[in-house]
Design a protein around this ligand. Structure first.
Ligand code: BGC
Length: 354
């Protein structure tokens, strides 16, 4: 990989303005301008993602609202005004689609996703949509493979005419029975379905074993597809970032774990991110740290220190990133007070940054 590309830390975002329509037809936005910056080069596209935030706990809850977050128009503006360039929108399609072939996705739900994409675009934010929390495919991959491909067939067709500020991420955190070996097969098949309608769309592919760095070496990225970004999630040390997390059994015992930024704590992060960097260099692929964050049960000063350090080390290596997440349990934004948690926000977007 060209080192200049990797160390190229100036993020440029030039998005065309679009006129939106609510039509749920082929194209959800109606832009007559031929965007001169549309460049499918994945390294350029990775700069377009730049600094992002996950709109977590909304569309990937069993039903939007079940986990306390209903997306609102103003969130997109808040995010843009705070200095972010992109939003990752996790989506649980599997709860809104027929169980049997042809696995039709609910039109109402599709309209809701259209709406979210339009809000992102209207605010000059790139949008990443994925398949999130498809838990059934993790348990019984072969039973759900056709359905997963059927979902992508519909999603890819729906958005095939959208500008390149819309990114597709094939599957969040493959795990359990969807082993690294099986994932290498399923990702190729998912990509083939997407490429039938989206030849140059930037597609994001993550690692197996819950999206961690450790599985990068097992990931086989299709060599003949130039329009790919690779993603990993970063939550190390897990006992710090997930202390008290209700969905992680045993994590109560980790409460009180701090991250003070000792030399060895920092070195551990640096070592991890160096591994990712060398993988990216050897494989000539841009990297997106698609989730990182520390849960609210950790002390705020530790969370801020960790977030600032991880974010800045990612920046140094030219990774794009998306903080997990906007306004829920890891939230950089406080929905009750209606304001940003300033220290966390500044750890992500330093005040002096452009
Ligand atoms: C999961 C969330 C979880 C987060 C941190 C995400 O990938 O979808 O439910 O809160 O990781 O554990």
């Amino acid at each position: 990989m060209c080192a200049i590309r990797v160390f190229h830390l100036i993020f440029i975002l030039v998005l065309s303005s679009t006129v939106t329509t609510t039509c749920a037809g082929k194209k959800i936005t109606d832009s007559d301008n031929e965007d001169p910056v549309e460049n499918p080069d994945p390294f350029e596209q990775n700069k377009r993602i730049g600094r992002g935030i996950n709109l977590g706990n909304a569309l990937e809850a069993p039903k939007e609202g079940d986990w306390g977050v209903v997306l609102r128009q103003e969130y997109f503006k808040l995010i843009k005004d705070a200095g972010f360039q992109s939003v990752r929108i996790p989506i649980r399609w599997s709860n809104h689609a027929q169980v049997d072939s042809p696995y039709i996705i609910s039109p109402t739900f599709f309209n809701r996703v259209d709406w979210a994409i339009i809000q992102a675009r209207n605010n000059g934010l790139a949008a990443i949509i994925n398949i999130h929390h498809y838990e059934e495919i993790m348990e019984h991959p072969s039973v759900h493979k056709k359905r997963y491909l059927g979902l992508w067939h519909q999603i890819a067709n729906r958005y095939k005419d959208e500008p390149l500020d819309l990114f597709f991420e094939i599957l969040n955190e493959p795990n359990n029975q969807l082993t690294p070996a099986l994932w290498n097969e399923y990702l190729v098949e998912g990509l083939q379905v997407i490429r039938e309608s989206n030849t140059q769309r930037t597609v994001i592919i993550g690692t197996a074993n819950w999206g961690g760095l450790g599985s990068l070496t097992e990931l086989q990225v299709p060599v003949d597809d130039p329009y790919l970004i690779v993603t990993f999630h970063y939550y190390n040390p897990f006992q710090f970032t997930h202390q008290g997390a209700e969905w992680v059994s045993g994590s109560e015992a980790w409460l009180g774990t701090t991250w003070t930024g000792t030399t060895s704590q920092k070195q551990a992060v640096v070592n991890d991110l160096n591994l990712a960097f060398s993988w990216a260099s050897q494989n000539d692929r841009p990297l997106f740290m698609g989730e990182f964050g520390a849960y609210s049960k950790a002390a705020m000063d530790s969370r801020v220190r960790w977030t600032e350090f991880v974010r800045s080390e990612a920046d140094k290596r030219g990774f794009s990133w998306a903080y997990w997440e906007f306004c829920s349990g890891f939230g950089a934004y406080d929905l009750n007070q209606n304001n940003w948690r300033t220290e966390l926000l500044q750890a992500l977007i330093p005040p002096e940054s452009p």
